[in-house]
Write a protein that binds this ligand. Structure first.
Ligand code: NAP
Length: 342
């Protein structure tokens, strides 16, 4: 049996798992989890591995969530979609646009599965999953009990949700419910999208523009392994933000509804002249400093060393301490990524 995890992590890190199993139904997923548990093996449930860094061989069972299916239910004011967790996210975006159901176009080309999208509340170009998500169905793996959480119960935040907290262990997402409003308006406040006319822009134009921006700026994981943004954009509390802006008035900054201020991590890294910085086979991407890439047969040690180096350079220059957005997976499961690069 092939137990290499290389095809199952977009970083393209070579490591193995004791066992890898596919689950294409909720029952298979529960069965695989329960049998691994009764054998005392650690379990990791994975979609497409687009937000993970494997630090070493995984000593247990990796379950690939491959639950498929998209159903659409139309009402007077919206399309309601039920999407299997294993559906590829970008294919889902294409599916909706081909059927003239706008709303997901800003989220084009985000790597990964639909079932992973609520975990970190994926977002891009001014739209977050939380704005389109109606509910999430998950299963409590020990009892097999299926639960439907409303969007409010998912407690979505900036790249955050209940699935990173109370529901991190012992639960698996099996389906996501989306609501795409018929009263659609394009969201055009980011990058090249600001050049489109809000009165005439179509969802297809937004999609094309997002795809163009992502293709020019972001590395294709099939060519250069990566896991998208490696670090979260830091959120500063208002007093700290005031002090920061006094010394760095040119820094891009985005006030948040709760009074905190979001900084662009990519800008901070770039200002430390780290684009292209390399340790072993890992490098800071030259077009987008927020992305660390597997430039040439990188090991996870290379990536960790580079992440630590970036965190320290940025911390020493700006007194802002970056935290990984990517999840770090050790031999027995997820470990604290901040601690690892502290
Ligand atoms: P960018 O345009 O270079 O902007 C840098 C950062 O500034 C972004 O991360 C974004 O924060 C923030 N920003 C820019 N314009 C903003 C606005 N009008 N209002 C509020 N915040 C604004 O960003 P980029 O790296 O090319 O990425 C473009 C989009 O794709 C961003 O939304 C980014 O989050 C998303 N993306 C996500 C990943 C991932 O792995 N999570 C990877 C690549 C790109 P936000 O991140 O909060 O939007």
């Amino acid at each position: 049996m092939n137990t290499s995890l290389k095809p199952f992590n977009t970083f393209g890190i070579q490591c193995n798992a004791a066992q890898i199993v596919n689950a294409s139904t909720t029952e298979q997923l529960i069965g695989a989890w329960q049998s691994a548990m009764s054998a005392g093996h650690p379990v990791l449930i994975l979609g497409e591995g687009s937000n993970v860094l494997f630090l070493e061989d995984f000593s247990g069972t990796v379950i690939l969530n491959r639950i498929e299916g998209i159903t659409v239910h139309e009402t007077d004011d919206a399309w309601h979609l039920e999407v299997g967790a294993g559906e590829n996210w970008h294919q889902l975006v294409c599916f909706t646009l081909e059927r003239n159901m706008p709303g997901l176009e800003n989220l084009a080309m985000i790597p990964g599965c639909a079932g992973s999208s609520p975990i970190q509340n994926i977002g891009a170009y001014g739209v977050e999953l939380s704005q389109r998500c109606e509910w999430v169905v998950c299963v409590e793996l020990e009892s097999g009990q299926v639960q439907r959480l409303s969007a409010a119960q998912c407690r979505f935040g900036y790249r955050d949700s209940i699935f990173k907290h109370e529901y991190q262990h012992g639960y698996a997402i099996v389906a996501v419910g989306l609501r795409l409003e018929k009263s659609w308006r394009p969201v055009l406040n980011y990058g090249d999208l600001t050049r489109l006319d809000p009165e005439t822009a179509t969802a297809q134009q937004v999609f094309d523009s997002v795809c163009r921006m992502r293709t020019t700026k972001l590395p294709d994981p099939r060519i250069q392994g990566n896991a998208g943004s490696f670090f979260k954009n830091p959120l500063l509390a208002a007093p700290q933000a005031l002090r920061f802006m006094a010394t760095h008035p040119d820094a891009p900054h985005y006030p948040q509804p709760d009074g905190s201020v979001k900084l662009a991590a990519g800008w901070l890294i770039d200002r430390c002249n780290l684009k292209g910085q390399r340790i072993g086979g890992a490098a800071v991407h030259r077009q987008q400093a927020l992305v660390l890439i597997n430039e040439e047969s990188a090991t996870s040690d290379d990536v960790v060393a580079l992440a630590r180096y970036v965190r320290h350079k940025v911390g020493e220059k700006f007194n802002v301490w970056l935290e990984p957005e990517v999840r770090f997976i050790g031999a027995a499961g997820e470990i604290d990524a901040v601690e690892k690069i502290a």
